[in-house]
Ligand binder design. Sequence first.
Ligand SMILES: *Cc1c(COP(=O)(O)O)cnc(C)c1O
Length: 526
Amino acid sequence: MTMNAVGRPTRPEGSIETTGFKSLTGARALLQDEPLIFELGGWDKTGVDLDEAGHDASDLSGLTRGNVPLPGLSEPETMRHFVRLSQKNHAIDLALYPLGSCTMKHNPRLNEKAARMAGFADLHPLQPVSTTQGALELMDRLAHWLKTLTAMPAVAMTPKAGAHGELCGLLCIRAAHEAAGQAARRTVLVPTSAHGTNPATAAFVGYSVQEIAQTPDGRVDLADLEAKLGPHVAAIMVTNPNTCGLFERDILEISRLTHAAGAYFYCDGANFNAIVGRVRPGDLGVDAMHINLHKTFSTPHGGGGPGAGPVVLSAALAPFAPAPWVVHGPDGLHLVEEPAAEAVQAFGRMSAFQGQMGMFVRAYAYMRSHGADGLRQVAEDAVLNANYIKARLSGEMSAAFPDGPCMHEALFDDAWLDGTGVTTLDFAKAMIDEGFHPMTMYFPLVVHGAMLIEPTETESKRELDRFCDALLALAAAAKAGDTQRFTGAPHLAPLRRLDETLAARKPRLAWRPEPISVAPTPLAAE
Ligand SMILES: *Cc1c(COP(=O)(O)O)cnc(C)c1O
């Protein structure tokens, strides 16, 4: 029997594995099995009292809708359903969430408080601008700080995610080339380690994609870049710090070579968290870079909310920025919706309205509450935390690039698992049993069995130690031949190994009702 410090028994003998214990209901203590809400509530029941509609109230004659099979539950049943579901998944508010490249950091509640203010939360995008001056001012100030932090003269605020920002940036680049009679430039160069969205975006815009090789120390191969640049190249897309968690040491040379070849330098800014307040991409010769507000500036993502991917632009690309944008007039702030009159070169627009207002408010609150010194410390602590993990784990696990420090994420390969019968996937699944979300697996593609760990700056040393202790214990178990722990993992999660390929290829997105006595309107087909 395990006792705590005051002698109180904490835990029975034997684990689930050793006792083979199974509950009778399928529940795992406080975690209950949870059906779909449609299976829970009959559609003939409701949790609210509605007045009986008068028969003369409808002019719809034969067009009246029949019974709509919405689940009917009482208020407590509804609450419990969603609270139970929320307990089945991992969340940044539960524990460290080490998904590399995703920057899963704490979202300060102050941001939420600001975003919920009625003057922001209850706006309608078509309201007259005379009634939305405060919101426009916030967008204008956020734009100002994004330009200041990046040393770039312009920013397009409307893209709604990093990938959407990439699209915006490449559309600016295409428009700039077309305006300069350079439409024959049809190729975009992308390093092998790039995030999948980079080549996908280039292809979406109609470019062909060519890979740039990587050096053994995980950086862009300058000789290969130089060999592939030419009059057919429209742009390069380089992530910095790159997806191996390394700063591109030759970034100035990369930008010089690119510009000398008449191409533009698109920087994937998803990793801005590592350098914010320390390095300004404009000083590196970047022409366009998206900023994932939901990563660097801490707005909920990963199932927690929408993203926002404003794109900062160099002077050369600024004239092609999409509408709308905010301008100062004598009687307040205005939105330029029809740029034809003002700047005929704008390539169009990325979004029906002004962008993700709630994310703008959160990002702005985050910036203002940190200040210039706080934002610099974000980058410093993010890098420090990643290096702490790299140093603590390197004894048992093999760092992909062992020489020198990393930036904000620590990258391991699977060489250390050789001969154990355990794969990267097995190891990641075993982390779930230990109460941690897995790290990013098998990305970047240039590293075999990659495990990319990004702790972010919001983790304390105690939490980092808890995480490292768990991984070191797992690593020791793998090397000691405790294979079952891994190949069968997760043992303790409500759902175990799911067929992720099937789920991705053939998602079942609609629930089909069982035949019921009064035929309801059929739901949308799967
Ligand atoms: C997250 C990420 C993206 C894509 O951003 P989304 O907001 O998810 O569209 C692109 N590149 C890198 C390196 C990223 O980490």
